[in-house]
Design a protein around this ligand. Structure first.
Ligand code: RRO
Length: 310
């Protein structure tokens, strides 16, 4: 076992790193690049019942401090990713599937089919897509989130995870965590999706920088690291029976270490992977090992949740 290896839901991971769903995971070519990269695992693009073209372009833009996107859930339909999951070599690395149905009924159809395929793939249910016009984020509507989890966990009794949006108020952390804690098979919580409905403005052109939704979109990268760390730690503290996957603002080994300290078991990379490409995983692993060595940690499990308060 190397310094970075860890176990999660009964699977062994060579290291805690993976892509954030949405980045490098739309098709077999993208996913093949993640397969051969130094990530410990990877996840497919959030999928719907039918394939979707997504929102009009330009729909992603990098900025000096991160990125803004309003992709609009472009994906090849869940059957495509299920076929890839059937063909996946699970001895090489674990695979996650992200599911983001446009309705409860759609999620139930997809979850039943995934259940019946009986694969080792781990499902992350996306409750936080900010970019489908006319579809509010489920996890910002606590009654809808509760109903979704009640129905999905009744049909799909294996462990699943949920991809959560950022929350910004202690009362919301409390309420969201209380709902998640009602569902024992919700085994992990991925924090955070992009901070939704932000607006990036280009001064020279006096214009928005992406086309959909009059320029409004979800932001990631440097903008979101402290919000991501807060959400990881908030759910780590409130959901002791569950694992947390950290996502948001990771572009160095030090950022990975901070997510682990906050309570993450695995760490996803979004904007920085989009900008640097899958070679980023080798760099992040090397930087994390150097930091663990300097601080005298023998493995990453020793770091998890060790955040000190004053
Ligand atoms: O496809 C998207 O626009 C998208 C999704 Br589903 C999501 O969950 N988060 C995001 O930033 N973009």
């Amino acid at each position: 076992m190397s310094k970075l290896s860890t176990t999660f839901l009964g699977h062994t991971f060579a290291n805690p790193l993976m892509n954030a769903s949405g980045v490098y995971c739309m098709d077999a070519t993208d996913l093949g690049a993640l397969h051969t990269s130094d990530s410990g695992s990877y996840i497919t693009k959030s999928c719907t019942l039918e394939a979707r073209a997504g929102n009009p372009e330009p729909r992603y833009r990098a900025t000096p401090l991160g990125s803004i996107n309003s992709m609009g859930l472009p994906n090849k339909g869940y059957g495509y990713y299920l076929d890839l999951a059937r063909a996946h070599d699970y001895s090489h690395k674990p695979l996650f599937m992200s599911v983001a149905g446009l309705s409860l009924a759609d999620n139930l159809v997809m979850m039943r089919t995934i259940r019946d395929a009986n694969l080792p793939a781990i499902v992350e249910l996306n409750l936080s897509c900010p970019n489908v016009p006319g579809k509010p984020q489920i996890a910002y509507d606590f009654a809808a989130m509760d109903a979704m989890l009640a129905a999905v966990t009744k049909e799909y009794t294996r462990p699943i995870g949920v991809k959560m949006p950022p929350y910004f108020d202690i009362a919301h952390f409390d309420e969201a965590a209380a709902i998640l804690n009602r569902y024992p098979t919700v085994a992990f919580i991925t924090c955070i999706n992009s901070i939704g409905n932000a607006l990036v403005i280009d001064t020279e052109s006096e214009s928005v920088v992406i086309k959909p939704k009059d320029g409004f979109g979800g932001i990631g990268g440097d903008y979101v690291l402290p919000t991501a760390l807060a959400n990881v730690n908030a759910f780590y503290r409130r959901c002791p029976e569950k694992r947390v996957i950290g996502c948001g603002g990771v572009k160095t080994g030090e950022h990975v270490f901070q997510h682990l300290l906050a309570g993450a078991s695995l760490v996803q990379v979004g904007t920085a992977l989009q900008e640097e490409g899958p070679g980023i995983f080798a760099r992040l692993n090397a930087e994390l090992i150097a930091l663990l060595d300097r601080k005298g940690y023998k493995n990453i499990d020793e770091v998890r949740g060790r955040l000190k308060t004053l």
